[in-house]
Design a binder for this molecule. Structure first.
Ligand code: PXL
Length: 279
């Protein structure tokens, strides 16, 4: 069985970060080791959330794992918290990485042209150091603009998407993948760039007309899991994008659909079946 380490916060309530990554990766048949970067009462779109930074725990926990000889096939990072924490996480990656380890970075820090409430531009720039050591990084357009210093655009052409991808590759990411890319009306998806082979690739599906919090984490978890399972990049993008779209559609069907996240629990059986076809 493959083993992945995922480093991100626990938002106790709110269906994002570790509370979606752990169940999704486990249901994909991957042993999932978690390293919580912080504990919050809810995600930061709720008012009055509590936040306990766990930066000082990362080193002692990972030192213990090292002593135990624990290794990982992949390391997947998500929402972190502070600039110092990003440095600690880079150290952890360097300590545990070997030539076969997949390093997947989701530089979760903003959306729709804005940073999440807990972050500023300096933190955003610092994330470029983490993306520099990534095999794969999957920012959305907002995050890519902050990472690269290129302007954020609401409406854009394929050229702009490619420009962002090339700038991300320049930072050092081997295969940047931009999420939330819409190249045709009514469609959305992702476009990637393999810097070594100089190849662009993309997948688009029908846009479900509602934005939900936590869908970036769902997409990243399934995408990271698919790569860990050795699924090729086209099918990895397809399963992650289709699962996310299906989950949003399923959530909209629920008369009591939660504003703060999606009903990913209801669509896990689809994901499990789909993976059987791809493995
Ligand atoms: O879904 C990204 C995310 C993760 N963790 C926390 C967040 C957010 C987005 O706002 O607030 C704590």
């Amino acid at each position: 069985m493959k083993r992945i380490l995922t480093i991100q916060d626990i938002s106790c309530f709110g269906k994002c970060s570790l509370t979606v990554a752990l169940p999704l990766l486990s249901s994909m048949g991957i042993e999932t080791v978690i390293l919580p970067s912080a504990v919050l009462s809810t995600h930061t779109l709720f008012k009055g959330f509590t936040w306990k930074d766990l930066s000082d725990q990362l080193k002692p926990i990972t030192d213990h794992w090292k002593q135990e000889g624990i290794t990982f096939d992949a390391i997947y990072t998500g929402y972190l918290g502070t600039e110092e924490e990003i440095d600690t996480v880079i150290n952890i990656i360097e300590t545990f990485r070997n030539e076969n380890t997949l390093v997947f970075v989701d530089p979760a820090m903003g959306d729709n042209g804005k940073l999440y409430p807990a972050f500023n531009e300096h933190y955003a720039k610092k994330n470029a150091d983490l993306c520099a050591v990534a095999d794969i990084a999957d920012p959305n357009i907002t995050e890519a603009a902050y990472l690269t210093g290129l302007p954020y655009k609401e409406t854009y052409s394929e050229e702009y998407v490619k420009e962002l991808l090339l700038a991300l590759a320049k930072i050092g990411t081997k295969t940047p993948i931009l999420t939330g890319v819409s190249l045709t009306d009514g469609k959305t998806g992702a476009m990637g760039y393999n810097a070594e082979k100089k190849e662009f690739f993309h997948y688009q599906n029908d846009r479900v007309p509602k934005a939900y919090h936590g869908t970036g984490d769902i997409f990243s978890s399934v995408l990271a899991g698919a790569f860990v399972l050795g699924i090729d990049r086209t099918n990895a993008l397809k399963v992650a994008a289709d699962y996310t779209a299906l989950t949003i559609a399923e959530t909209l069907k629920d008369p009591k659909n939660p504003w703060y996240g999606v009903n990913f629990e209801a669509t896990i059986p689809w994901l499990v079946e789909e993976l059987k076809k791809l493995k």
